[in-house]
Write a protein that binds this ligand. Structure first.
Ligand SMILES: [Zn+2]
Ligand SMILES: [Zn+2]
Length: 288
């Protein structure tokens, strides 16, 4: 068990240090947080005291992930939104480094109606702009998306184009991807079948490369395969089911990564139940 990296997205209500304390109390060795409310542009700044307290707990945790707020769109064709987005992510990255986060995860954004090529170009330019002004210590991750409408990241190929573009200008920037099980399933990858997982891995090898995959967002899905809809369900209780998670975890590429739950908090036991579901799969695999 101690080799299994597992965490959940934790609320920062009352301060970010309480999020890490809650994660430890639940028996997680990883956690993910927003540094502030994900639906506000101008959120209250984290105090130095919270940062110090957070870092005091850090030795008990093996992986800290900061999820970007939802409002920034680094691929926006609207200059005002774009500037605001760049600014927000830039400031958030500084905070994420202050709490010694390992990873920063962001949704690649939406090109609105400007077309995927323009969106990828805008996103690339935004990232280069941010990294030139603030090269973070942490590793920056683009998340796989269900691929609805004008969002970027519904395919590995789109993520690979962004990463390659950034690396062509800034070869030393640490940038990779986060695989969200509910999102890839909604994008049409039927992880309930092991061959589909094998195909997914060979697609990873041909696009972003295996080493680019840094974390798994482990969520079951309320929505059916290829629905392009994003609704998370409890592990084993949704359309993916236990078998899908088993298929993913069978592969060393995924098994050794941090598994971060973003499952519903239906009651106070939800996180523990979902953690147990993942740990049972892991333990069965390594003991078989
Ligand atoms: Zn996300
Ligand atoms: Zn999602």
């Amino acid at each position: 068990m101690k080799n299994f990296l597992v965490g959940a997205h934790m609320s920062v209500a009352g301060g970010i240090h309480l999020a890490i304390e809650r994660a430890i109390n639940y028996g997680f060795n990883c956690l993910q947080i927003f540094t502030h409310s994900p639906r506000l542009w101008n959120a209250k700044k984290i105090s130095q005291k919270e940062i110090t307290l957070f870092n005091e707990f850090k030795s008990e945790i093996r992986c800290v992930v900061v999820h970007a707020p939802y409002l920034p769109n680094l691929a926006s064709p609207d200059k005002t939104i774009l500037d605001k987005s760049i600014n927000t992510v830039y400031n958030d990255l500084i905070v994420a480094d202050e709490i010694n986060a390992d990873f920063y995860v962001i949704h690649p954004g939406s090109h609105k109606k400007s077309g995927v090529d323009n969106g990828i170009q805008t996103l690339t330019n935004s990232l280069i702009n941010i990294f030139r002004n603030y090269p973070p210590n942490l590793t920056f991750l683009l998340e796989t998306m269900p691929g609805a409408g004008a969002t970027i990241g519904g395919s590995l190929n789109e993520l690979a184009r962004v990463i390659n573009n950034v690396h062509s200008k800034l070869p030393n920037v640490k940038i990779g991807i986060c695989v969200d099980t509910a999102h890839v399933f909604a994008a049409g990858i039927d992880i309930r079948n092991e061959t589909a997982v094998d195909d997914f891995i060979s697609d990873i090898s041909k696009t972003v490369g295996r080493t680019a995959v840094k974390i798994v967002h482990s969520n079951d899905s309320f929505e059916p395969l290829a629905s392009k809809k994003d609704r998370h369900n409890h592990i084993g209780k949704g359309e993916i089911g236990i078998k899908g998670f088993e298929n993913m975890m069978k592969k060393s590429l995924f098994r050794k990564l941090p598994w971060i739950l973003e499952t519903p908090k239906s009651n106070e036991n939800s996180d523990i139940e979902n953690k147990t579901a993942l740990m049972n799969i892991y333990n069965n695999l390594i003991n078989s």
